[in-house]
Design a protein around this ligand. Structure first.
Ligand SMILES: *Cc1c(COP(=O)(O)O)cnc(C)c1O
Length: 397
């Protein structure tokens, strides 16, 4: 790569992973083809034997998917990336590639709900057990990791409470115990946080969120600097087939072009909304790592270059008051998705976290009065006005 491009994330977002064909197109081409032709039988045999590189079949070699992989890898400051059909299939690929019967995984509590289900209800059937550890309780991590532990899996900041985990400290702990650290970076994206530079071995993405950024496609990715890990991922991709469609790859590839710009705007808008919420009489705690009152603020300031777009807050009262705030909105979309240019609002206790028991929710700090907003790119004053419709009618005494 041209040394001038080193670490210039805006340039990488627009220019990395560019492929041009003989048509001299300016925008990146979309290769909607399931297979590729060979010049002769010998060429086919050589490519199948991996003696010469080249496209074979879009389950594991497609130039549009490759273009997205190269651009995302560049943004994460890594050489290797595997694109997958969804964020969940990225995590499944990670597990299939790295874990075997008898292994244990240490997972931070508060990871994405389907990630919890995958580790507890599916992988356990294959002899892989998981230990859940509070993200910020480092002492508990040190006592949980055992000789059987193969992988530490975290999400930082967590969702919806924005707890912040120390990536560097957990990477050291993992490496001292012959383990790998995987970080789900969907919340921050490489525009705000590069876990590999802090010591992590693998970055996991749900491209569905901010990488697309406009709520169009479902996809995921795994990024690493380790050639052996990449080869294990590729083997699963080629054999088990959790592949990203070329069309989705093209959309994500274009989405990455505006990623740094969008993440800065999401962060600025979320900061404005969080600041306003913190001063509203009908609001209790506000969970946003950009706030100085947030317990993870110092650490987030060290390992992130921005605080992201997710703001959660407690409404004075309980479910009825939280639902009133949600149902009074006219602009913000009521949907469980996040990372869109459109602001979205969710009641975690009855949606994303409804499948766990009330005691588990209480332990996780997800109360009936908690509301999560993924702050989009509308004018933040309009988002604030929309939230005030319901909040201003909440009785505070
Ligand atoms: C959405 C999400 C996932 C799962 O991704 P899908 O693309 O929906 O499969 C994993 N981790 C986090 C943090 C997410 O937000």
């Amino acid at each position: 790569m041209c040394p001038l491009l080193e670490n210039k994330i805006n340039t990488l977002a627009v220019r990395a992973g560019q492929t041009r064909t003989l048509e001299h197109e300016h925008c990146d081409p979309l290769f909607l083809t399931s297979s590729f032709i060979f010049t002769d039988a010998e060429d086919a045999a050589q490519k199948f034997a991996e003696n010469v590189p080249g496209n074979i079949y879009s389950r594991f070699t497609n130039p549009t998917v490759k273009a997205f992989e190269s651009r995302l890898a560049a943004l994460e400051d890594a050489p290797y990336c595997i694109a997958t059909a969804s964020g969940m299939s990225a995590i499944l690929t990670l597990a299939l590639a790295l874990l075997r019967m008898g292994d244990r995984v240490a997972v931070s509590t508060g990871v994405f709900g389907s990630t919890v289900s995958l580790f507890t209800n599916i992988l356990n059937r294959f002899g892989v057990e998981s230990d859940f550890v509070p993200l910020t309780d480092f002492e508990r991590w040190t006592t949980t990791v055992s000789a059987a532990t193969r992988l530490l899996f975290i999400e930082t900041p967590s969702n919806p409470l924005s707890e912040v985990g120390d990536i560097g400290a957990l990477a050291d702990l993992a490496h001292r115990n012959d383990c790998l650290l995987a970080v789900d970076n969907a919340y921050c994206t490489p525009a705000l946080q590069r876990p590999l530079n802090l010591g992590a071995d693998i970055v996991v993405h749900s491209a569905t969120k901010y990488l697309d950024g406009q709520g169009r496609c479902v996809g995921g990715a795994l990024v690493t600097r380790d050639r052996d890990i990449y080869d294990m991922f590729f083997k699963i991709l080629r054999t088990a087939g959790p592949a990203m469609s070329p069309f989705n790859a093209w959309v994500f590839h274009k989405g990455l072009e505006t990623l740094p710009l969008r993440m800065r705007a999401h962060s600025n808008n979320a900061m404005a909304v969080a600041d306003w919420l913190e001063h509203h009489p009908a609001v209790g705690r506000v969970y946003y790592p950009g706030l100085k009152t947030h317990p993870g603020h110092r650490l987030a300031s060290q390992q992130q270059t921005g605080f992201g777009g997710l703001v959660s807050f407690e409404v004075t009262g309980s479910r009825a008051q939280a639902w009133q705030v949600i149902d009074s909105t006219k602009l913000i979309s009521i949907t469980a998705n996040l990372g869109d240019v459109k602001s979205t609002i969710t009641h975690p206790a009855s949606t994303t976290h409804a499948r766990i028991t009330e005691e588990q929710r209480a332990a996780a700090g997800i109360g009936e009065n908690l509301v999560r907003v993924s702050v989009g790119l509308e004018d933040p004053l309009d988002v604030i006005q929309d939230l005030s419709r319901g909040l201003d009618r909440v009785k505070t005494k």
